[in-house]
Design a protein around this ligand. Structure first.
Ligand code: PA5
Length: 449
């Protein structure tokens, strides 16, 4: 661990230097550390809000989000990859687990949420179109109104572009073709140029949010990509960004041992280098963390899976997956590092195990008298870690005091910083995804036949 310190410090220096180089006139555009902008962005957005208030990007995001909240009861988010996974992680971690089932009042006046444009799935597209058609009959009634955002940095991603065309047709059919009303219910989020930007200019959508050039797709959760839909759902953007900004500060300044980014990266890297541990299991203890894990799967796989290098990520949700993958993690190939993500306090009151009359105690659960559901979960975590330790299988714990916007902001930023840092350590450019282009090129060729 000590031996790795100079290499880690050098990698961190490189990342700090990336920020200085960004936007520097002395560096030609093609030599800029293109996607490093995510590192300082959370603090920049907070500062801009502090000085410019409603004129700032955050101010504009909050204003448009409030308009959509008041104007619609269903909200469709179109996007794929980095333009989708981050928002899904925020939604599942920070909104009510049964959000779409609640009444508008129970949801705090925010709309239901649907994701599309993230696949080419006829049944799924049809299902949402039919749901909107049959549950929205009177465009004057807010409970029967819907709105959407389309997110694509490049503007050229087929899945999202196709979804946009299809759902735009539905929206126009409902509110009147190309009416001012239908335009005000569509919010494009895109890069500074590209097909979606051009189309948005042509259509004259009243609000189009930008994705900065220097933030790559899977690092974009704290740009408009994640922030705007999160704001529509009433998620506390300032707390989210504060968590991320504080994590960057910690990373930039603290030594190993007090620095979660350095410590996590060192642990993962050393196990891979010294013990051929190339599977990274993110073992989430709670259903609300599943999408965060899937977001991380994409982040690690797309950033470091290059030049025949890079660990393979896999998210599990426990205790559920102890009953599916647990066997392999306990006794399979010794190629896994298990990182537990543990939330110390649930949002809801701990449920006590009910005690029943002795004659009904066939399930033998009366012995849990005085215990709560979180106590049972803690026992499962301890028992599982012990079982792995007994057979010398490595585990690490990432502990979140609770699941709120601040801790989720910290966690996402920590994992993004760690991914780039590890890229520097193994000499892989974490930005870009040249390997994804192959399927796209072939698909376009097939379609043009
Ligand atoms: O991480 C990435 O850059 C990718 O996963 C992209 O986010 C994804 O391909 C979607 O791209 P776009 O936002 O340009 O539609």
């Amino acid at each position: 661990y000590e031996e790795l310190q100079p290499a880690l410090m050098a990698a961190r220096e490189e990342m700090l230097k990336d920020i200085e180089l960004l936007g520097s006139d002395a560096i030609p555009a093609d030599k800029q550390p293109l996607d490093a902008g995510f590192q300082n962005l959370p603090q920049q957005l907070l500062d801009e809000y502090e000085s410019q208030g409603s004129e700032s990007l955050l101010g504009r995001i909050e204003a448009k989000a409030q308009e959509l909240r008041e104007q619609s009861d269903r909200f469709v988010v179109l996007g794929i990859g980095g333009s989708y996974m981050g928002m899904r992680a925020l939604f599942e971690a920070l909104c009510h687990p049964l959000h779409n089932e609640l009444t508008r009042d129970q949801r705090g006046g925010v709309p239901r949420l649907y994701f599309e444009g993230n696949n080419v799935d006829n049944d799924s597209i049809t299902a949402l179109q039919e749901l909107l058609k049959t549950s929205c009959l009177d465009p004057k009634d807010v409970l029967q109104r819907w709105s959407m955002t389309v997110i694509s940095k490049s503007g050229g991603t087929l899945e999202t572009a196709l979804g946009f065309r299809l759902f735009r047709e539905s929206l126009d059919a409902y509110y009147g073709a190309d009416s001012e009303e239908s335009r005000s219910l569509v919010v494009p989020i895109t890069g500074l140029e590209g097909k979606l930007r051009n189309f948005s200019n042509h259509k004259g959508y009243p609000e189009v949010f930008p994705i900065p050039d220097n933030v790559g797709g899977r690092f974009s959760v704290f740009t408009s990509v994640g922030l705007f839909p999160a704001a529509v759902l009433g998620i506390d953007l300032k707390a989210l960004l504060q968590g991320a900004a504080d994590m960057t500060r910690l990373f930039n300044s603290q030594p190993m041992g007090d620095n979660p980014v350095l410590d996590y990266t060192a642990t993962c890297h050393l196990f891979e280098r010294e013990k051929n541990v190339s599977m990274r299991i993110l073992s989430t203890w709670g259903k609300r963390l599943e999408a965060l894990g899937l977001w991380y799967d994409q982040l690690l796989a797309e950033s470091l899976g290059k030049e025949e290098k890079g660990a393979t990520p896999l998210t599990v949700v426990n205790t559920r997956d102890l009953h599916s993958r647990g066997q392999q993690h306990q006794e399979g190939v010794r190629d896994k590092l298990i990182t537990n993500v543990i939330v110390e306090r649930p949002d809801s009151e701990p449920i006590s195990v009910p005690v029943v009359p002795e004659e009904e105690n066939q399930d033998q659960l009366n012995k849990l008298k005085g215990k709560t559901v979180p106590d049972v979960l803690s026992a499962a975590i301890e028992g599982t870690n012990q079982a792995y330790a007994d057979v010398h299988r490595p585990t690490a714990d990432l502990i979140l005091p609770n699941l709120d916007a601040y801790t989720v902001g910290q966690t996402l930023q920590m994992l993004m910083l760690a991914t780039v840092l590890e890229g520097r350590l193994i000499n892989i450019n974490p930005y870009g995804q040249p390997g994804v282009e192959a399927y796209k090129k072939n698909m376009q060729e097939v379609l043009s036949r």
